[in-house]
Design a protein around this ligand. Structure first.
Ligand SMILES: NC(=O)c1ccc[n+]([C@@H]2O[C@H](COP(=O)([O-])OP(=O)(O)OC[C@H]3O[C@@H](n4cnc5c(N)ncnc54)[C@H](OP(=O)(O)O)[C@@H]3O)[C@@H](O)[C@H]2O)c1
Length: 331
């Protein structure tokens, strides 16, 4: 059996990744921390590896002991009040892994890095209005800049066969940030940001993990894929689809001007620092919310991997909302 190491296995995407890798018949090693919540990692076939990405000696020992065939480096920090954390976790940890893999002669057949569309930034900064591999990256957040730093490092290492996946907004059961939008609409309030609609892209978590494992096992190397469901949704349509999936006929529609959202983000971030509960709406998030378009080029996903998403937003939202209701997140 081929061994795959999946980092960030305890997180939202990670749990589904582990499931997908098991389905594909791989021997799955879930990289977690002592503090990780393992409630969704209950399959008895999962083997747990406790990794401290700062400790190169322990990384070396683990890589030498297991000699993984594949590594999916999915661990990452998506929101933190401490800016340096983005760069430490999202970039330096990847560098530590790659250097240790090379030094210990344990380079896997494929190293897949879960980056983000945020590494390239929104589409309005491109000439064509579409983010492509050849676009000049224009991240608007430290999160995006940290992912870009990691990508650049990875691409500079000729010893490694890599795949880079750049998901747009990922949604699905157990997800916590986009859930706040569903929760608000469920309470009867539909909010959009800015005077004109944003052009948004999404991917359902099950389609994403199928792309990740599929491209990891694929023989192509040193390729990067932007990952969406191949559609573009206006923010108004997004809200409408959520409302319909929730079975609500009406809601109060509020369009918030960007300066007001900035103020809310600022206050929420300060309050979050005091309570230790970092909010979904924060200063970085506002930079993303004011972006006009997240349209990106997915043609190589279709051409290389014959990708046909199983879930467009309508179907994915139905499945997600059913899960939130079943688990009493939504009443
Ligand atoms: N969700 C999205 O919309 C989206 C979009 C584009 C890209 N991505 C990328 O996809 C990946 C997974 O995201 P997600 O949404 O599943 O996030 P998540 O639910 O927050 O999970 C993050 C995972 O990374 C681990 N992690 C965080 N900091 C760590 C550290 N210092 N040391 C070791 N492990 C650490 C977490 O471990 P603990 O459980 O122990 O905290 C968790 O398993 C990330 O790399 C993210 O940047 C996500």
């Amino acid at each position: 059996m081929q061994k795959i190491l999946i980092s960030g296995a305890s997180g939202f995407v990670g749990g589904f990744l582990v499931e997908e890798a098991l389905t594909k018949g791989l021997e799955v090693y879930a990289a977690v921390r002592k503090s990780s919540n393992l409630q969704y990692l209950t399959d008895r076939r999962i083997q747990f590896v406790y990794i401290d990405f700062e400790d190169r000696e322990s990384l070396r020992q683990i890589f030498m002991e297991y000699k993984f065939d594949y590594i999916v480096h999915n661990a990452g920090v998506t929101k933190t009040p401490v800016k340096e954390q983005y760069f430490t976790v999202n970039a330096t940890y990847l560098e530590n892994m790659i250097e240790t893999l090379i030094e210990s002669n344990a380079v896997p057949r494929k190293f897949t890095f879960i980056s983000s569309l945020a590494a390239y930034g929104p589409a309005e900064y491109t000439k064509s209005g579409l983010v492509t591999e050849n676009s000049e990256p224009h991240p608007v957040t430290d999160y995006g800049r940290s992912k870009l730093q990691a990508e650049r490092y990875l691409k500079s290492k000729s010893e490694i066969n890599y795949t880079i996946i750049r998901p747009t907004a990922v949604y699905g059961p157990r997800e916590k940030d986009l859930f706040t939008v569903y929760d608000l609409i469920n309470k009867g309030i539909e909010m959009t940001v800015g005077l004109t609609d944003q052009q948004l892209t999404f991917i359902y978590v099950r389609d994403l993990v199928s792309i990740i494992i599929g491209s990891t096992l694929d023989s192509r190397k040193n390729v990067a894929y932007f990952a969406t469901d191949l559609e573009i949704y206006s923010s108004t349509l997004y809200n409408k689809l959520i409302r319909e999936s929730l079975g609500r006929k009406r809601s109060l529609k509020i369009r918030l001007p960007i300066p007001l959202v900035k103020t809310i983000g600022y206050i929420a971030e300060k309050a979050g620092k005091l309570t230790g509960n970092y909010p979904a709406i924060n200063i970085e998030k506002v930079n993303e919310l004011e972006a006009k378009s997240w349209n990106c080029d997915t043609s190589n996903l279709v051409n290389d991997l014959n990708y046909k998403p199983k879930y467009k937003l309508q179907e994915g939202l139905k499945e997600s909302i059913a899960w939130y209701k079943e688990h009493n997140w939504l009443k």
